[in-house]
Design a protein around this ligand. Structure first.
Ligand SMILES: *[C@@H]1O[C@H](CO)[C@@H](O)[C@H](O)[C@H]1NC(C)=O
Ligand SMILES: *[C@@H]1O[C@H](CO)[C@@H](O)[C@H](O)[C@H]1NC(C)=O
Length: 775
C-alpha cells in the first residue's frame, strides 16, 4: 500500500475519525434498509429476493455520478436512498489489523488477537490450523463491525509466491511453494468468509497482489515502476497457482491487482488477466480492487496512458471494479464525456461491488438483528482465541539444528540461571510483524523463558541493525559466563525487511554474528540460538559451530510468541514445524538479480533457478526442513503401481500421434473430475516423545519435459504418540498435482513413470498411461 500522498490523506482521515469517534458510535447513521430508511420498501431492501435481483434494482436507481463516487475505497453514500458511505479498506492478515482505515482500535475494542505472521503459520503445514485462525479472526472482525469499528471487506491474505529470499513482504506470505500457498489461500479464505445460506458471507476476503508481485524496492527498482517479465509457463505453474486456488477452491469474494506491470502491461489494466483469467476462467464471484493508488501509479509513475481518462477507461474495461485511491472518482466522469467509458462499464463495476456488500448483509438493516449480530467485545481477545494464538505459534516453530549432546529440550533440573541475550530477546511489537493490529497483550521471549527459569538479561545489541563500536556485546558475554545455559534471540525486524524494503544481504545484520559467536564461546552451558525473522537468513556460521547446540526459527510468532518459544526450549511442546522456504547461502543472492523472475535454472547464463522446485545448488537449510524431539519413519501400506487417465472416445481417435509426439496429455483433454490417486502411508514415532509430523509427498515427473525437478503434491500433518504407528491417507489430484505447464503455458500430464518421494526416505513409482491406449 500507500504512496506518501495517500498516507497523508489517510492520516488526516484517521485524525478526523478519531476526533469524531465517540460521537459517531452514538449517532451512527442508520443502516441501509433499516425500517426507518426512505428505501425500506424498495426491492433492493427485500431480503427474500435473490441478491442478483436486489443488486439490479439498486444499480438501476443510481445516477451516473452516484455510481462514479462508489468506484473508490472511500465510497460515497446515497442519502436519498438511506445508504451511508462505506470505507472498503480493512485488513486482517493474521488478526484484525489497523493498516486499513476502516479499522479503529479503542473503546470497547482496545485490541484484537494477533496470530503469528503468515510465514510462521505456514510453517505449521497444518491446513486446519489456517482455517481455524481464519474463523477466529472473522469472529473478531465481525464483532468490531457490529461495534462500528471495522469494515467487512478484508484485503487479506497476501498469497504471492515468495520467489526471492530478499523480499521484504515475504513474511506476509505462505512461502515459496505454489501447492502450499494455494492450500493456505483456500483454507484461510474459507475460514475468514465462513459462507452461509444462499451466497451469504460473514466477511469478504481478498487475495492479493495479482500477479507476479514480489519485489518492493531493491537497488533502485521499486514496485511502482517494475515490469515483471514472466513466462507463460511460470505464470501458470507458479505465480497464478495460489490465486486460482483462492478463487476456485476458497471462493474468495475479491482479488487485488498489483502495482507492477506484467510483460509490459500494468496488472490492473490487463483485460487478459482480470476479465479473462480471474473472472472468466476461474469464475470470480466478487470484485477486483486495485492496490492502493495503483491506477494513479500507472498513469503518473508508469506513464502507461497519456491522459487520465485513458487510465480510467483501460482499468474499468480490463475488469477493475474498485479503485483503492481517488483516481476513478475524479476521472471517470470526464472519461464518459470523452466517450472512453460507457455507463455499462460503470454498471458492471458497481454491480460487482454492491453484490458483495449485499452478500455481507449490508442492505439488511441493523447488524445486531442479523447473522453474527450477537458477536461483540467478549468475542475479541477471548481466552480461546489467545490460546489459539499461542498454539499457532508453537506449531509454527521450526527446530533447525539439535546436536546430540547438551541439546534441546533444556531440562530445568540443574538450571539455576539462564542468560537471555540478543536484540530480539525482549521483543514485543517485532513479534507481530507487519499488517498487524493492536494485540491483546504480549509475552516476550524473556517473559516466556522467565516462566521456566531465573533469567539474566542482556540485549547484546541495542537494536537489530547492531552497528557501531558501542554495542553492549561485552556485557552479554559476561552474562553468558555467569549462567548455566544461554538463549540468544537474534534476527530481523521491520527496519530490515518490510513493505517497501527488500534486503540486499541474507546475513544477520551488523554485528549480530559477532555477538552470537562471542557469547557462544563464553557460555558455560549449552547455547541455543533463536532466529526471529520472516525471510531466511544465512546462518551457516552457527550451523557449523559446535558451541551452538541448537537453532530454532520462530518467524514472527505473534502476541504469544515468547511463551511458545519457551515451551519448545524447555520441552513442554515438541516442535513439528517445517521451513516453507529454501534458506539459501549468501552467495546465491550475489549471483541472482532480484529482478529476474524466471523460476527455471539457465546454465547457459549461470542462473541457478529459484526454489526447491528448480534450484539444485547448496543450501543452508532446504525447504521442508524441520526436526523434532523424536524421530519418525514412513512405510507404504498401499499405493497404485499404475494409473490410466480417462479421455473421451472422440479425442482418443486422434490421440495416438499427439502422444507419440510429446508423451503428454493436456489437462483439458483428460476427464479430470474426481480423478485421484490414494497413498496409504504408515507413520511410526520411533522415539520416546509424542509428536506431530507432516508427511510431505513430492513428485518427480518422467524425464524429458521442462517440468520442475521436484514438486510438492501433498502434505498432511499428524500427531503420533511415542512408539505408536498411524496410517495416513494422502490424496493426489492427478490433473492438478501430476501436471506441469509447458512453455506455452498449457498444463499437461506427462505419460510414463512418476516417482513419488514420501517423507524423505520412501519412493514409489506410478506408471501413468492413457486409458484405452497402448504406448
Ligand atoms: C492442526 O491445528 C489444529 C488447530 O490448532 C489442531 O487442533 C490440530 O491438532 C493440529 N493438527 C496436528 C496434527 O497437530
Ligand atoms: C510438445 O511440447 C512442447 C513443449 O513442451 C510444445 O512447445 C509443443 O507444442 C508440443 N507439441 C505438441 C504436438 O503438442
Amino acid at each position: 500500500m500507500a504512496k506518501s500522498t495517500l498516507l497523508l490523506l489517510l492520516h488526516l482521515h484517521f485524525l478526523l475519525l478519531f476526533i469524531s469517534s465517540s460521537a459517531a458510535a452514538a449517532s451512527r447513521p442508520a443502516f441501509a434498509c433499516a425500517p426507518e430508511s426512505p428505501a425500506a420498501s424498495l426491492p433492493f431492501c427485500g431480503t427474500s429476493l435473490p441478491i442478483r435481483a436486489r443488486v439490479r434494482d439498486l444499480v438501476g436507481r443510481l445516477t451516473r455520478e452516484e455510481k462514479i463516487q462508489m468506484l473508490v475505497n472511500k465510497a460515497a453514500g446515497v442519502p436519498r436512498l438511506g445508504i451511508a458511505g462505506y470505507e472498503w479498506w480493512s485488513e486482517a492478515l493474521h488478526g484484525v489489523s489497523n493498516v486499513g482505515p476502516a479499522v479503529r482500535f479503542g473503546g470497547a475494542f482496545p485490541g484484537a488477537t494477533s496470530f503469528p505472521q503468515v510465514i510462521s503459520s505456514a510453517a505449521s503445514f497444518n491446513a486446519s490450523l489456517w482455517e481455524i485462525i481464519g474463523i477466529a479472526v472473522s469472529d473478531e472482525a465481525r464483532a468490531m463491525y457490529n461495534g462500528g469499528q471495522a469494515g467487512l471487506t478484508m484485503w487479506s491474505p497476501n498469497v504471492n509466491v515468495f520467489r526471492d529470499p530478499r523480499w521484504g513482504r515475504g513474511q506476509e506470505t505462505p512461502g515459496e511453494d505454489p501447492t502450499v500457498s494455494g492450500c493456505y489461500a483456500a483454507a484461510y479464505v474459507r475460514g475468514l468468509q465462513q459462507p452461509y445460506g444462499h451466497n451469504r458471507l460473514k466477511l469478504a476476503a481478498c487475495c492479493k497482489h495479482y500477479t507476479a508481485y514480489d519485489l518492493d524496492n531493491w537497488k533502485g527498482v521499486d514496485r511502482f515502476h517494475f515490469n515483471a517479465v514472466v513466462s507463460k509457463q511460470d505464470l501458470e505453474e507458479t505465480f497464478n497457482v495460489p490465486f486460482k486456488a483462492c478463487v476456485v477452491e476458497g471462493k474468495s469474494a475479491s482479488i487485488m491487482c498489483s502495482y507492477n506491470q506484467v510483460n509490459g502491461i500494468p496488472s490492473c489494466a490487463d483485460p487478459n488477466h482480470l476479465r479473462n483469467t480471474i473472472r472468466g476462467q476461474w469464475g470470480l464471484n466478487g470484485y477486483i480492487v486495485s492496490d492502493c493508488d495503483s491506477v494513479d501509479v500507472l498513469y503518473n509513475n508508469q506513464h502507461y496512458t497519456s491522459n487520465p481518462e485513458d487510465a480510467a477507461a483501460d482499468t474499468l474495461k480490463a475488469g477493475l471494479d474498485l479503485d483503492c485511491g481517488s483516481f476513478l472518482a475524479q476521472h471517470t466522469g470526464s472519461a464518459v464525456q470523452k466517450g472512453k467509458v460507457s455507463d455499462g462499464d460503470i454498471d458492471a463495476a458497481v454491480t460487482h461491488t454492491v453484490a458483495v456488500q449485499m452478500r455481507l448483509g449490508m442492505y439488511d438493516g441493523e447488524p445486531s438483528e442479523q447473522h453474527f449480530g450477537d458477536l461483540g467485545p467478549n468475542d475479541v481477545c477471548s481466552s480461546s482465541h489467545q490460546e489459539l494464538a499461542a498454539e499457532a505459534a508453537r506449531q509454527g516453530i521450526v527446530l533447525l539444528k539439535n546436536s546430540k549432546r547438551g541439546a534441546l529440550p533444556l531440562s530445568t533440573a540443574n538450571l539455576r540461571t539462564v542468560a537471555v541475550i540478543g536484540p530480539n530477546s525482549d521483543a514485543t511489537v517485532t513479534m507481530i510483524g507487519n499488517y498487524a493490529g493492536v494485540p491483546c497483550g504480549y509475552t516476550s521471549p524473556l517473559q516466556g523463558i522467565g516462566r521456566y527459569a531465573k533469567t539474566i538479561h542482556q540485549m547484546g545489541c541495542t537494536n537489530v541493525a547492531c552497528t557501531g563500536d558501542d554495542q553492549p556485546i561485552d556485557a552479554a558475554v559476561a552474562a553468558a559466563r555467569q549462567a548455566d545455559a544461554t538463549i540468544m534471540v537474534v534476527g530481523l525486524d521491520q527496519s530490515i525487511e518490510a513493505e517497501g524494503r527488500d534486503r540486499e544481504s541474507l546475513l544477520l545484520p551488523g554485528r549480530q554474528q559477532e555477538l552470537v559467536l562471542k557469547v557462544a564461546a563464553a557460555s558455560q552451558g549449552p547455547s541455543v540460538l533463536v532466529l526471529m525473522c520472516g525471510g531466511p537468513v544465512d546462518v551457516s556460521f552457527a550451523e557449523n559451530n559446535r558451541m551452538i547446540k541448537s537453532i530454532l526459527w520462530v518467524g514472527y510468532p505473534g502476541q504469544a510468541g515468547g511463551a511458545a518459544i519457551a515451551d519448545v526450549i524447555f520441552g513442554a511442546y515438541n516442535p513439528g514445524g517445517k521451513l516453507p522456504v529454501t534458506w539459501y547461502p549468501e552467495e546465491y543472492v550475489e549471483k541472482v538479480p532480484m529482478t529476474t523472475m524466471a523460476m527455471r535454472a539457465d546454465p547457459s547464463k549461470n542462473y541457478p533457478g529459484r526454489s526447491y522446485r528448480f534450484y539444485t545448488g547448496p543450501v543452508v537449510y532446504p525447504f521442508g526442513h524441520g526436526l523434532s524431539y523424536t524421530t519418525f519413519s514412513h512405510s507404504l501400506a498401499r499405493a497404485p503401481a499404475e494409473f490410466a487417465i480417462p479421455i473421451s472416445n472422440r479425442l482418443r481417435a486422434n490421440y495416438v500421434n499427439l502422444i507419440e509426439l510429446n508423451r503428454t496429455v493436456p489437462v483439458i483433454h483428460a476427464q479430470c473430475d474426481g480423478l485421484h490417486i490414494l497413498l496409504h502411508v504408515d507413520v511410526k514415532n520411533l522415539g520416546r516423545r509424542d509428536g506431530t509430523h507432516t508427511v510431505l509427498v513430492y513428485s518427480n515427473p518422467p524425464v524429458g519435459h521442462s517440468a520442475p525437478t521436484k514438486q510438492l503434491v501433498a502434505f498432511k500433518k499428524v500427531y503420533v504418540v511415542a512408539g505408536r504407528q498411524i496410517r495416513v491417507i494422502i490424496k493426489i489430484d492427478v490433473c492438478k498435482d501430476l501436471s506441469f505447464a509447458s512453455v506455452d503455458g498449457i498444463r499437461r500430464i506427462p505419460i510414463g513413470d512418476h516417482n513419488l518421494q514420501i517423507g524423505g526416505e520412501l519412493t514409489h513409482s506410478i506408471s501413468v498411461k492413457v486409458d484405452g491406449l497402448r504406448i
